[in-house]
Ligand binder design. Sequence first.
Ligand SMILES: Nc1nc2c(ncn2[C@@H]2O[C@H](COP(=O)(O)O)[C@@H](O)[C@H]2O)c(=O)[nH]1
Ligand SMILES: [Mn+2]
Length: 373
Amino acid sequence: MGNTLHSAAPNVQLIVTENTWLEGKAIQQLETTARLPEMVRVVGLPDLHPGRGYPVGAAFFTQSHFYPALIGNDIGCGMALWRTDLTLNKWSLDKLEKRLGSIDAPLEAEDLPDDIPEYFCHSPGTIGGGNHFAELQQLDEIYQPELLETWQLNKQQLLLLVHSGSRGMGQMILEQHVREHGHNGLVASSPQAQNYLQQHQQALDYACFNRQLIAGRMLKRWRANGEHLLDVSHNLLTPCTIGGVDGWLHRKGATPADQGPVIIPGSRGDYSYLVQPLPSEQSLFSLAHGAGRKWMRGECKERLSGRYNAVQLSRTALGSRVICLDKQLIFQEAPEAYKPIDGVMEAMLQAGLIQLVARLKPVLTYKTRGGNE
Ligand SMILES: Nc1nc2c(ncn2[C@@H]2O[C@H](COP(=O)(O)O)[C@@H](O)[C@H]2O)c(=O)[nH]1
Ligand SMILES: [Mn+2]
């Protein structure tokens, strides 16, 4: 692994190249977090960026204690991918957009299976705000055909990528934890820790189920079929052994490298990559979960409004289309607000953490039909 850097703190490593865009604030947050009691090792991935108190794009390994506040409020947020039988030969972007309509309103009880747990009830079938999205994508470059043959993928068929989390459920769990314990960690063997782990598992299950609801309702609108290919969460806590030590692996915007193929998205105007992880203890069995933000939400409109209006932002340089009637959000989520994905991939390739399988390009990105000045 030729490409990791130790930061000023001995237990902090960064997976970067000399070209990786890293904000000082993110490194500061990483080093502060590395000083928490019982923290053994911390890894900053190439999509590292500042978060609310703790950085995003990082993995943290602790012994005997764990920190729910580090996982944050969107427990179980992740990426799920479907092969569809939609093709651009038969479907124009206009038709795809029109048939989809709005999927902003939660599904009604009669649209949900009867036998689901009662906690599967937080705005079911909705994506949520911020950088959550659902996107049709198309295979653009193939590097390793074997996996694509197994999945029966070809360049004609569109893929559906859904990025969403546990909606209000994760927020509720985090708020309860902070009310009772502040940002302190929990002793892993304590009843309080067991209670958190149970709630955390419910949130992981709900987030995964909700991604299926989202894909299901979209495919239904297009009268299309979908084959589920993968579902990988990037905000989660797992028991893990690192260097012979049993402990707890916190992933905050970090994609597991030990669960098979994963997708690493760029932005609505950049490529996404399907990759085969090469699991490595050195990276705490984790990969970047995206490109990572470059600009703060609050600065995007000011930086971009002289160059583009909201209508122009609904088309991208890759020829794709964006459904986002929220005029603040469409600026906040502009491709320019994110790091270029190729630099992120390069850092992981140089570190020997991934093999590229395919490059995908966006076709139609759904954010919201809700208007907001
Ligand atoms: N293909 C797309 N990728 C996107 C879009 N919006 C954001 N992103 C990428 O996803 C990650 C998710 O970050 P998270 O911290 O919210 O989990 C982000 O870093 C971007 O790289 C999009 O519309 N399409
Ligand atoms: Mn996420």
